[in-house]
Design a protein around this ligand. Structure first.
Ligand SMILES: NC(=O)C1=CN([C@@H]2O[C@H](COP(=O)(O)OP(=O)(O)OC[C@H]3O[C@@H](n4cnc5c(N)ncnc54)[C@H](O)[C@@H]3O)[C@@H](O)[C@H]2O)C=CC1
Ligand SMILES: O=C([O-])CC(=O)C(=O)O
Length: 329
């Protein structure tokens, strides 16, 4: 039997947490041979602690063979001590008529504190996935506040945008989601995100030859980019089960690998494709041996460049706001 891996989930009693924790317990994230020490971090309020207690009781009641231990705490040190994987979900969600970037001021402090706790207490090789919005900039904050950890280890979730796109493309072409290769969503998990089919193959054929340009431009790109709002409108709450599923996919692939198959992860830029260094940016990656690598050597079209630039601008604007907040904190 493998040694247990310590996984921290913040916002454990929230909507996403309620889907996520049970999938982790069932072995969907790290595999059926990987025991987990699960730590749930919640706010130190009576109602959050009570809700977390209830979720923990339910986890106990599942008798998941892979759950070696379950702890619930509001204490950052206890939660992040020796943590090997952190899913930073706990943050305020937006409501109707808000953009994700409107959450910056409300949520930045959470990621400043958690970044510092990761720096002080976590395993030096911790893998961090930020889900709480605005996810890319929150990942930037956490990374900046954890200078002793490899910056590469701070990622943000754009897998939900990737998965949403796969289904749209599959439904349009009558293919299966598994027929789609070399697709990615560039940029920010926000209004400007750019789902890109330039290199995409669907059942071995060029996607651009199968998909009408007007559908791609006028329906596909805006539908993917505004799917979060459409879910809020329909459900009255932001996506939860599909977000949890995407988080499971993101960590699963990062840890267990994708071979040469592309996935989308938002990762700190090293200047790839002209993206300013340090921005946490959705890019095509492959994962092998517990590490991810940005796909290299793509010749960008003018259309791709233009859309990547829009995302750079959006993320630079957010970065300017949070650099001030970090400096003051
Ligand atoms: N990146 C993505 O693709 C997606 C991101 N999201 C974002 O995920 C976040 C969570 O969404 P939900 O679970 O639906 O929200 P929720 O409101 O149901 O749950 C959030 C939980 O976080 C907890 N929390 C707040 N501050 C905390 C702190 N400092 N430490 C620990 N826990 C804390 C709250 O007590 C609450 O239980 C939101 O910011 C939402 O916008 C949601 C869907 C997709
Ligand atoms: O739209 C939201 O606020 C929640 C989210 O990030 C998504 O569903 O993509």
């Amino acid at each position: 039997m493998k040694k247990p891996v310590k996984v921290v989930v913040t916002g454990a009693a929230g909507q996403i947490g309620y889907s996520l924790l049970f999938r982790i317990g069932a072995g969907d994230m790290l595999g059926m041979d990987q025991p987990v020490d699960l730590c749930m971090l919640e706010r130190n309020t009576e109602s959050s602690m009570k809700a977390a207690k209830g979720v923990k009781m339910e986890l106990d009641d599942c008798a998941f063979p892979l759950l070696n231990s379950i702890t619930s705490t509001p204490d950052l040190k206890k939660a992040f001590k020796d943590a090997q994987i952190a899913l930073l979900v706990g943050a305020r969600p937006r409501t109707k008529d808000m953009n994700r970037s409107d959450l910056l001021n409300a949520n930045a402090q959470i990621f400043i504190e958690q970044g510092r706790a990761i720096n002080n207490y976590a395993d030096r090789n911790i893998k961090v996935l930020v889900v709480g919005n605005p996810a890319n900039t929150n990942a930037y904050i956490a990374r900046k506040c954890a200078p002793d950890i490899n910056p590469k280890n701070f990622t943000a979730m754009m897998r939900l945008d990737h998965n949403r796109s796969l289904t749209q493309l599959a439904q349009k072409t009558g293919c299966k989601v598994t027929d789609i290769e070399k697709f990615c969503v560039w940029g920010n998990h926000g209004n400007t995100m750019y789902p890109d089919i330039t290199n995409t193959l669907i059942a071995g054929k060029k996607a651009e030859d199968l998909i009408p340009t007007d559908w791609y431009l006028d329906y596909f790109i805006p539908t993917v980019a505004s799917r979060g709002s459409a879910i809020i409108e329909a459900r009255g709450h932001s996506s939860a089960a599909s977000a949890a599923n995407a988080a499971i996919d993101h960590i699963h692939d990062w840890v267990l690998g994708t071979g040469d198959k592309w996935q989308t992860m938002a990762v700190p830029s090293n200047g790839e494709y002209g993206i300013p260094e340090g921005l946490c940016f959705g890019m095509p990656v492959t994962c092998n041996n517990g590490d991810y690598e940005v796909v290299k050597g793509l010749e960008l079209t003018d259309f791709e460049r233009e859309h990547i630039l829009q995302n750079v601008k959006a993320l630079e604007a957010e970065r300017a706001v949070v650099d001030e907040l970090i400096a003051k904190a």
